[in-house]
Ligand binder design. Structure first.
Ligand code: CDP
Length: 222
């Protein structure tokens, strides 16, 4: 099948909107591959932190992104031979990821890698610019939102479940500054793609959101 005929569902939205969980479940239900594009920015951040890369040096950061030794396997994420699935979820890594994601060189360096996830029978791609920049021809585009309070609660639970410490006030401030950076940056800002279905999940379980996405997909004749 030519690559452009392989179906893609994009799920974009702000930090902690539940995209990751919903994307994962939708991919499982359809037997599709999954692209967690945020993980690529987090992996670049983790790698740069460990190497002591200057966080203002766009060229050096782009090189880190270009040479990421990343492997996704059985729900695990490896950087080289090390499993880093939990390490990349630390808030410091997320904050650094959000800063370096504003650099065009870093985004460009990760472009080809993201496209390579489009394989049969299909792909669910989760991020900020999946429907606008990376897969503008996607069959279905979804934009997930939730109130900042609902998102802070979810992030709090996620961090505690992973054994990190967390503080609600700090998290709220972090979410707000991350929202501001994601929506105001010059390249690939966070906006709903044209034709995207908007889904506010503030008062919705992840499973209900999954059913809604699947019903939109079925309505396209799949
Ligand atoms: O956990 P959170 O939802 O904040 O982030 P993530 O999806 O793991 O992504 C980490 C960071 O990478 C985000 O804060 C975004 O700034 C950035 N990102 C991006 O710019 N473009 C994407 N397609 C995905 C993530």
């Amino acid at each position: 099948m030519p690559n452009s005929n392989i179906p893609v569902i994009t799920i974009d939205g702000p930090t902690a909107s539940g995209k990751g969980t919903v994307a994962h479940k939708v991919a499982d239900r359809l037997g599709f591959h999954l692209l967690d594009s945020g993980a690529l920015y987090r992996l670049t951040a983790l790698s740069a932190i460990r190497r002591g890369t200057d966080m203002h040096d766009e060229h050096a950061l782009s090189k880190v992104a270009e040479h990421l030794q990343v492997r996704f396997h059985g729900g695990h994420i490896y950087l080289g031979t090390e499993e880093v699935g939990n390490a990349i979820r630390a808030e410091e890594v997320g904050n650094t990821a959000s800063r370096i994601a504003a650099l065009p060189g870093v985004r460009q360096a990760l472009y080809g890698l993201q496209l390579s996830f489009r394989r049969t029978p299909g792909l669910v791609a989760d991020g900020r610019d999946m429907g606008t920049v990376i897969f503008p021809g996607a069959r279905l585009k979804v934009f997930l939102t939730a109130s900042v309070e609902a998102r802070a609660q979810r992030r709090y639970k996620q961090l505690i479940d992973k054994g990190f410490s967390a503080n609600m006030d700090g998290l709220l401030k972090d979410l707000q500054s991350r929202d501001a950076r994601d929506t105001q940056r010059a390249v690939a800002p966070l906006v709903p793609a044209e034709g995207a279905h908007i889904l506010d999940t503030s008062a919705m379980t992840a499973d209900a959101a999954v059913e809604q996405v699947l019903s939109w997909y079925r309505a396209l004749g799949h």
